[in-house]
Design a protein around this ligand. Structure first.
Ligand SMILES: NC(=O)c1ccc[n+]([C@@H]2O[C@H](COP(=O)([O-])OP(=O)(O)OC[C@H]3O[C@@H](n4cnc5c(N)ncnc54)[C@H](OP(=O)(O)O)[C@@H]3O)[C@@H](O)[C@H]2O)c1
Length: 345
């Protein structure tokens, strides 16, 4: 095994101290990342070393490399939160030893080494041995969005409707199918016509286009019919505030992303007092900390089964070999649909 490895390395440390987050865009990747060689990391207690084949690029990665994520950057270390590969080495601990030689989907814990590199290190507990029939395309993004879809839908009651913004996202596509299978009605909000047909086929009960001239009436009609109280929102801009305002008593605006870079304001604070409306956040990292090991195992198993059984699939728009990732990233991220993935070998 080589002692050096190639990675997309972070150029800055810590959390950004100035405003400037630009949503899911990285126009000048070279300001934040460089392709470089560093010593291959060594797994510590409970950790595993993975030879990475493919890694995901999610909005959380884009926020993280720019310093706008809830985790500090380590200058000179690889970025990348999730990927797929083979476990080639294990630190002290039974779980790691059992995984040696297995193909796994993995999430990089803060004590690990990022997925945008030839080798990554993480805790054995967040590596899922792949079941037969799960492709590398699906496995590279098997944790962040799929687990979030399952975890967020726990907030919606059986038979209830819920509002879901930025629904053309990969996460939105997962939520559409899972919601239908759980008997929950997704009121999906999109900003283009193209994804409407697909989202309906996948399982969304309603798909409303925010740019349509009839949007305000359409929204009001659906809200008054279905009376949803949960609004799962990754946009968190002024359009989201309007949706929360249009919802009825007890409406919970649950913000789990910030794709709109304009400030979001609460349009009528008195509704928080007199109509029991609320604004809160959702982070899968916190969900994972507050959820029992066995419940998590169950969720990990369920999400993997959905890929194996063809109920979920990851739509990949661009595959970027690591050597060309920095120059091609802006164009790849500008595509309206599908995920961008990094190829390591
Ligand atoms: N809190 C958590 O734990 C957690 C976990 C997982 C994901 N997330 C969040 O979930 C969101 C979706 O993730 P993903 O990986 O599924 O994303 P994705 O596949 O990369 O898709 C991003 C989607 O966002 C839409 N979008 C971007 N900017 C927008 C704006 N200003 N207004 C409305 N829509 C906008 C895009 O719409 P178009 O298709 O029209 O361009 C696209 O459909 C992200 O915000 C991510 O950070 C949060």
């Amino acid at each position: 095994m080589p002692t050096e490895m190639l990675g997309l390395l972070l150029r800055h440390r810590g959390i950004a101290t100035k405003e400037g987050y630009v949503g899911n865009r990285l126009d000048r990747p070279a300001d934040f990342l460089e392709l470089g060689g560093i010593p291959r990391p060594v797994p510590g207690p409970g950790q595993i070393l993975i030879k990475v084949r493919r890694a995901a690029i999610n909005p959380s990665d884009i926020a993280f490399v720019q310093g706008y994520y809830g985790q500090a950057r380590m200058q000179g270390q690889p970025a990348g939160f999730e990927g797929v590969g083979t476990v080639v080495e294990a630190g002290p601990g039974l779980m790691g030893r059992l995984l040696k030689g297995r193909d796994v989907a993995f999430y990089v814990t803060p004590d690990g080494s990022g997925a945008w590199a030839e080798y990554a290190v993480t805790q054995a507990a967040v590596a899922l041995p792949l079941k037969k029939g799960v492709s590398d395309r699906d496995a590279a993004g098997l944790i962040v969005n799929p687990v979030t879809a399952a975890a967020m839908l726990e907030l919606v009651g059986a038979g209830d409707a819920f509002v879901f913004s930025a629904a053309a996202s990969q996460l939105g596509k997962f939520v559409a199918g899972l919601a239908r299978d759980q008997g929950k009605k997704m009121i999906a909000l999109v900003r283009r016509e193209d994804p409407i047909k697909l989202l309906k086929e996948l399982g969304a009960e309603y798909v409303l286009n925010e740019t349509s001239p009839t949007y305000a009436e359409d929204l009001e009609r659906v809200l008054s019919k279905e009376k949803p109280v949960i609004f799962l929102d990754a946009v968190a801009g002024s359009a989201s505030a309007q949706v929360h305002k249009a919802m009825g008593d007890d409406a919970r605006w649950i913000i789990y992303g910030k794709l709109d870079t304009s400030p979001a304001e609460i349009l009528d604070p008195s509704e928080m007092i007199f109509r029991n409306k609320s604004v809160e956040g959702f982070w899968t990292t916190s969900w994972a900390s507050n959820t029992s090991f066995f419940r998590k195992l169950l969720v990990f198993g369920e999400v993997q089964n959905r890929f194996r059984d063809g109920q979920w699939t990851t739509h990949v728009s661009t595959e970027l070999p690591i050597e060309h990732a920095i120059e091609r990233l802006p164009q790849a991220l500008a595509q309206p649909d599908g995920k961008v993935q990094i190829l390591l070998s």
